[in-house]
Design a protein around this ligand. Structure first.
Ligand code: SF4
Length: 68
């Protein structure tokens, strides 16, 4: 599973960090994925997706299926 943040959509609100502090962190003017999220379950990842107001987060499964 791979999580990415679209910098063009992200407004740096920080909600994803509040919801998923093990996954996201702020570096300068970017939100980055803090670690390979393989250890996280779907409920955590769903929270990130559900709470991003800009739809900037994409989760891509190993099968290639994407969710935003
Ligand atoms: S919740 Fe979405 S818009 Fe807000 S900082 Fe995270 S990725 Fe960016």
């Amino acid at each position: 599973m791979k999580i990415t943040v679209d910098e063009q959509k992200c407004d740096l609100c920080g909600i994803c960090i509040d919801v998923c502090p093990d996954v996201f962190e702020k570096k300068g003017k970017r939100i980055v994925v803090a670690e390979t999220p393989a250890a996280h379950d779907w409920s955590v990842c769903n929270a990130c997706l559900a709470n991003c107001p800009k739809g900037a987060i994409t989760v891509q499964e190993q099968s290639g299926q994407k969710r935003t």
